[in-house]
Structure formats: structure tokens, C-alpha cells
Design a binder for this molecule. Structure first.
Ligand SMILES: [Mg+2]
Length: 271
């Protein structure tokens, strides 16, 4: 464990917690995740689990975590699919017409906000990770954006870590559409501020006293810094010590794992 500034931890009252690489890797829970979340619940610490992944619904995340013996309720989860639908509900006309490239997590979030999912007379093209992406979907999206639809991406990640290695992420699809239209999307997920702002709104907190825990310097730490949060990096996921040493985005605190953070959290003064 490396704990550069223990004072920083003492001022943290609320937490935004990334999931992949922090609580689990693939289907494997990470050491200390279950215990830390139980501790937060017992202490009544406001927290939310926020992910750039838009493929699953909150119900599916509750089940995924439950299978790892990590107990959470749906109201503790914010995906980039939900954040995108929430953002649209703030800026779009009611019943706006949306063409969506994405999986269940994104489509059901858009339907929940009563948007019309269609490929005709489209007001918004919304793009998330879609593992059944086809040329036809890219074609429909391109024509709609060229005809004036607003272009929105759930998250900018160009790659997706899998057991086989890095494969194309949402950002790769966004890049294809950007190349075909000459238009850049507005992205909702980290490091952009919208998902983090909506996470804080959902918990009812402000940046002051709020920290983000994540495993990726260029999304969790950069996004946290831009949103004015305390930033905590755990080294159990994507970013390692080598990357940390040369990164322009330096977190306030670094721990090997959420288990080590839990230990420091318990022994902090005034807690
Ligand atoms: Mg992560």
C-alpha cells in the first residue's frame, strides 16, 4: 500500500466507486470489495457504483455482483447508459426520436425515459457498446447524423479489456462514425463530467467531501480531477505503477487494492 496523504482520506464523506478493476475483474471479485461495501453501508456512508459500461441494466449489475457475493441495490448503480438517458431527459424534448446503437443496458434506459427508439426522422443518435454492431447500423447512424441528428456517445473508451486482451470499445465505434460524418460526439462517461455530475445528483452530494475510486488514470482520475473530486487510484485493474510514474494525472491517494483502502479507511482519524 502507498498512502501519500492520509489527511486526504479523512475529509472524504461520500464515494463514487468504479466497478470493473476495482470491485471485480471479469467474473472474479477482488479481495476486500464485499467487506468494504458492507462497511460503508453499516456506517451510512453515501456511495454509488458508477461505470462507463452501458451494456448491462442496473438489475443485471445487481445480479452480477450478487453472483460474487457482493450485495447492492439498484439505486446504488449508475451506468453510462442510464446517465446518457438521464442527460437526454434534461436536454431533449419529451418523446424525442432516438436511434440507438447499443445493448440492453442502454436501450432499456432510453425506453425508461420514454424516448421513441426509431431509425426514421431521428433527433439524436446515441451510441454505446454493441457487440452485434453491423454495417447497416453504422449506415443508419451516419445518415441521421449527416441529416442533423445530435451525436452522443455513452463513453469514450476506445478499447474494452477482456480475458483475450483489448478489443474495440464504444470509442472505436464513435471514431468510425466521426470519420464518416466529420462530426465529433458529445460523450457522457468518464472522463467527461456529465456521468460524475449525475452520480453526485443521484446521491445528493457535491464535489466537496466526495471522492472517486477507480483503476484507470485517464478516465477515473482525470474525470475526478476535472469534477473537483478527491481521486483514489487502486492498482488492481488497468493502470499500474509504471503508468502512474509517468502519468500527467496524479491521484491524491493510491492503494494496491480496495482491501488496502478499506484498512486505511478504518484506521483514519475521526472516522
Ligand atoms: Mg474500471
Amino acid at each position: 500500500m502507498r498512502d501519500q496523504n492520509p489527511e486526504k482520506l479523512r475529509t472524504v464523506k461520500n464515494l463514487i466507486i468504479d466497478m470493473d478493476g476495482v470491485l471485480y475483474c471479469g467474473r472474479e471479485p477482488l479481495r476486500g470489495a464485499k467487506e468494504f461495501l458492507s462497511h460503508l453501508r453499516r456506517q451510512g456512508v453515501p456511495f454509488i457504483l458508477a461505470t462507463n459500461n452501458s451494456t448491462l441494466t442496473p438489475t443485471q449489475y445487481v445480479a452480477k455482483l450478487g453472483a460474487m457475493d457482493i450485495e447492492v441495490t439498484e439505486d446504488r448503480i449508475l451506468t453510462s447508459g442510464q446517465a446518457t438517458a438521464l442527460y437526454l431527459s434534461q436536454v431533449a424534448q419529451p418523446a424525442a426520436r432516438v436511434y440507438a446503437i447499443g445493448e440492453a443496458g442502454l436501450i432499456s434506459a432510453l425506453r425508461e425515459q420514454a424516448f421513441v427508439i426509431t431509425d426514421e426522422d431521428v433527433d439524436f443518435v446515441v451510441v454505446g457498446l454493441d457487440r452485434e454492431l453491423t454495417y447497416e447500423k453504422l449506415e443508419i447512424a451516419t445518415l441521421a447524423i449527416r441529416a442533423g441528428a445530435t451525436f452522443i456517445g455513452t463513453n469514450p473508451d476506445t478499447t474494452l479489456p477482456t480475458e483475450q486482451g483489448l478489443v474495440p470499445g464504444t470509442g472505436a465505434t464513435l471514431a468510425a462514425l466521426e470519420a464518416a460524418t466529420g462530426i465529433s460526439p458529445l460523450t457522457i462517461g468518464k472522463p467527461q463530467p456529465i456521468l460524475l455530475r449525475l452520480a453526485m445528483e443521484k446521491v445528493g452530494v457535491t464535489p466537496e467531501g466526495t471522492a472517486i475510486i477507480g483503476d484507470r488514470l485517464e478516465t477515473d482520475v482525470l474525470g475526478g480531477k476535472e469534477a473537483g473530486l478527491t481521486t483514489i487510484l487502486v492498482l488492481s485493474g488497468i493502470s499500474d505503477r509504471e503508468e502512474l510514474a509517468t502519468s500527467p494525472y496524479q491521484p491524491d491517494l493510491v492503494f494496491d487494492s480496495i482491501g488496502d483502502l478499506h484498512q486505511a479507511w478504518r484506521s483514519r482519524k475521526g472516522s
